[in-house]
Design a protein around this ligand. Structure first.
Ligand SMILES: [Zn+2]
Ligand SMILES: [Zn+2]
Ligand SMILES: [Zn+2]
Length: 280
């Protein structure tokens, strides 16, 4: 009934990272395809997306996103690879033609709101000019999108201590999705919330920034990726029908796409790449 498109699968620097001469970046130049990664973002449909990093314009071209139709943009946190305010500058007369009633709702935590308000305060412009409506969200308080038959539940990401970053559990019709990049191993409040939902996920996408190294906090990788899946399985939230992915990769993870697959596929975990379409 629905489809998630992975618009980007990299951490902050992208792969190949500019200025970098490491093995993974060298392989990415050589191999192309799935080894080349833009900064992480997701499209649920024409109107709904998650994150808006510095590659948003390239993603617009590559995937024909038609941002003029975008209505609901959910931001996970204010790191620049997930929220690049400068690109929002072009949503105003003189740069783009946007109908008066075409409002873009941007949802995010208080840190995201701060970043947006600070950015536009510098321009001395009001949001009406940009047809942007910033909406502050709070952990575990659902955001309903009745027109889309979707509910977004912001959970707490174990990632950025200066704000309370989020990842999202999403209901779409009778399907359940999780998009969880930029988080370490989930905090206990998240686990309790997920237990209380009493659902089974159709799609899960978790962070795997650090390759096969055992990283627990800030990001997750190695055995913490596998532990997360196991715990979700033990809770009955994930089963053999769940499509389970990892995404948001750094070249510092030291693995090519094929090497990621060789390590994680045996655990029933598939590896995200730019342009991957996940139907559910
Ligand atoms: Zn990131
Ligand atoms: Zn590199
Ligand atoms: Zn981040």
């Amino acid at each position: 009934m629905g489809k998630i498109t992975i618009l980007g699968s990299a951490a902050a620097e992208g792969i190949p990272a500019m200025f970098c001469n490491c093995r993974v970046c060298t392989e990415a130049w050589k191999n192309g395809g799935r080894d080349r990664r833009m900064r992480a973002a997701y499209r649920l449909n024409d109107r709904v997306r998650v994150d808006f990093g510095p590659d948003s314009f390239c993603q617009e071209l590559k995937y024909q996103l038609h941002s003029e139709n975008l209505k609901h943009l959910f931001i996970t946190h204010s790191h620049e690879d997930h929220l690049y305010c400068d690109l929002l500058d072009y949503r105003r007369p003189g740069f783009s033609v946007v109908a008066e009633d075409n409002i873009l709702n941007i949802y995010g935590n208080v840190g995201v709101m701060d970043a947006i308000y600070t950015h536009f305060a510098k321009k001395r412009c009001n949001f009406r000019l940009y047809r942007i409506n910033p909406v502050e969200i709070k952990a575990f308080e659902p955001v309903e999108l009745p027109g889309e038959d979707m509910t977004f539940y912001p959970l707490i990401a174990n990632h950025m201590p200066t704000e309370q970053p989020n990842f999202y559990v999403i209901r779409h019709g009778d399907k359940w999705l999780m998009i969880a990049n930029d988080t370490g191993y989930f905090c206990e409040e998240d686990w309790q919330f997920i237990a209380g939902l009493g659902i089974r996920f159709d799609v899960v996408i978790t962070d795997c920034t650090g390759g096969i190294r055992d990283i627990r906090d800030g990001h997750m990788s190695g055995r913490y990726v596998i532990d997360t899946k196991k715990r979700l399985e033990e809770m009955g939230r994930v089963d053999k029908n769940t499509q389970y992915f990892i995404n948001h990769f750094s070249h510092n993870g030291r693995l090519t796409h094929a090497e990621f697959e060789a390590h994680y596929n045996p655990f029933g975990i598939r590896v995200g790449y730019d342009g991957l379409e996940i139907e559910y």
